[in-house]
Ligand binder design. Structure first.
Ligand SMILES: NC(=O)C1=CN([C@@H]2O[C@H](COP(=O)(O)OP(=O)(O)OC[C@H]3O[C@@H](n4cnc5c(N)ncnc54)[C@H](O)[C@@H]3O)[C@@H](O)[C@H]2O)C=CC1
Ligand SMILES: O=C(O)CCC(=O)C(=O)O
Length: 411
């Protein structure tokens, strides 16, 4: 199922459980604004090339819109729409004062030089600068982007509006980035995993893990899980997949991956078919790369007892149904990967206050938010007798619906 159809379906199921009327439902579903821009840049050889950039601002009932910017060849309008909507629900689950947005450029960052990426980011910022802002819409990193991308956006935006560090989060520390933001999504995944396993009388130590994706989110999740005694038995990224049933030495893999730009060729594990990564034997599966990877083609083969959605929308609704019947417990993206946007919120607050927190405070606050989020989701599961995905969706949709009605926007 297409990402937007899948996200709309989950929203509608939650709306039905909450008994929302059709007018309110429509107002919550339709995006606030969809932006599409052409970004033409000179390549290093002097030739001109054009890319299409998107920013979808889904909802701002609870505060400025918030969400990452993705550079990936498969960026397309429906997926950006789905990701923007998911941000609205994610910020509401985390109970931080934001709405939701997402952006992206359809490009392959691996094929662009640093100076081409800088020109592309600056042109994209020039095209959208009057539609984003500290109290309007605050971008952050996502797949294929990182602190350097945020630094270029900050600099380009500041040429038009004066120095504005809080216009983006996930910045380099030297430009007002928050300590702990780099690790935050992975750390949030760890806290979410601990909260879920605790419900089943288990802990991270003693469980085996398979992780798809070894970028910002996957590599931090692997590192923090292995530090807690979890056994990471298989990992994949765009270069390939590796497996060691005795447990992969994650610090060595991190070193290998940064030197060789991927996990392929790591000597401490055997190469496996990347297609099999999601169906490898393990207790906990963590998809931390692309959307839609768990679908009706592979759901029946999945062996994990728990799935922690570190990626956005990794599970297709058809697969959700199959996995539910198999008794697999899924911790949904809008809660499980909310650690990143939560620490983005801390960064924004620090920038606005002109103050810097130490890393311990950031990590402790993140743990508080993740722990409270899990309890809030569980409470909704109890109220509506539903699974964790619907628990998270009803929690979020209810919070955004209340803000919408209070602001008089439902008509
Ligand atoms: N960066 C953040 O703070 C947050 C990211 N996310 C989500 O987490 C996921 C990963 O994002 P990041 O780690 O930031 O991106 P990233 O660009 O740092 O890393 C992406 C990883 O996925 C791998 N990958 C790409 N295609 C693949 C394929 N076909 N098979 C296996 N691996 C593949 C890449 O090789 C890389 O290891 C995305 O779904 C993103 O939306 C969610 C919340 C916050
Ligand atoms: O840190 C943020 O503002 C957003 C991160 C993001 O794009 C996501 O949670 O999917």
């Amino acid at each position: 199922m297409n990402a937007l159809a899948a996200t709309n379906r989950n929203f509608k199921l939650a709306s039905r459980l909450l008994g929302l009327d059709s007018k309110l439902e429509k107002s919550l579903l339709i995006p606030f604004r969809e932006i599409k821009v052409e970004c033409t840049i000179p390549k290093d050889d002097g030739s001109l090339v054009s890319y299409v950039g998107f920013r979808v601002q889904h909802d701002n009932a609870r505060g400025p819109m918030k969400g990452g910017i993705r550079y990936h060849p498969e960026v397309e309008p429906d997926e950006v729409n789905a990701l923007a909507q998911l941000m609205t629900w994610k910020t509401a689950v985390a109970n931080i004062p934001y709405g939701g947005a997402k952006g992206g450029i359809g490009c392959n960052p691996a094929e662009l030089s640093i100076s081409e990426l800088e020109r592309l980011t600056r042109v994209f910022t020039q095209k959208i600068h009057d539609l984003i802002g500290t109290h309007v819409d605050v971008p952050a990193p996502d797949m294929g982007t990182g602190p350097q991308t945020m630094a270029w956006i900050l600099d380009e935006y500041s040429k038009f509006h004066g120095y504005s560090p809080a216009v983006v989060t996930g910045k380099p520390i030297d430009l007002g980035g928050s300590l702990g933001r780099d690790a935050a999504t992975g750390r949030g995944v760890l806290f979410a995993t601990e909260a879920l396993l605790n419900e089943y009388g288990k802990s991270v130590s003693g469980q085996s893990f398979v992780i798809q994706g070894f970028g910002n989110v996957g590599s931090w999740a692997a590192q923090l899980i292995s530090e807690k005694g979890g056994k990471v038995v298989a990992v994949s990224d765009v270069t390939g997949a590796i497996k060691n049933s005795n447990g992969i030495d994650i610090p060595s893999l991190l070193k290998h991956s940064s030197e060789h730009k991927g996990v392929k060729g790591f000597r401490g594990a055997d190469p496996i078919d990347p297609k099999s990564i999601l169906v490898e034997d393990c207790d906990v599966l963590i998809p931390a790369a692309l959307g839609g990877v768990i679908n009706k083609e592979n759901a029946n083969e999945i062996k994990a007892k728990f799935i922690i959605e570190a990626a956005n929308h990794p599970t297709d609704p058809d697969a959700d149904e199959i996995l539910k019947k198999k008794g697999v417990v899924i911790l949904p993206d809008i809660y499980a990967n909310s650690g990143g946007v939560t620490v983005s919120y801390f960064e924004w607050v620090q920038n606005i206050q002109g103050f810097m927190w130490d890393e311990e405070k950031v990590n402790n606050e993140l743990k508080n938010y993740m722990t409270r989020g899990f309890k809030d989701v569980k409470d909704m599961c109890k109220t509506h007798e539903c699974d964790l995905r619907m628990g998270a969706f009803t929690l979020a949709v209810n919070r955004v619906a209340r803000a919408t009605v209070l602001r008089g926007w439902e008509a």
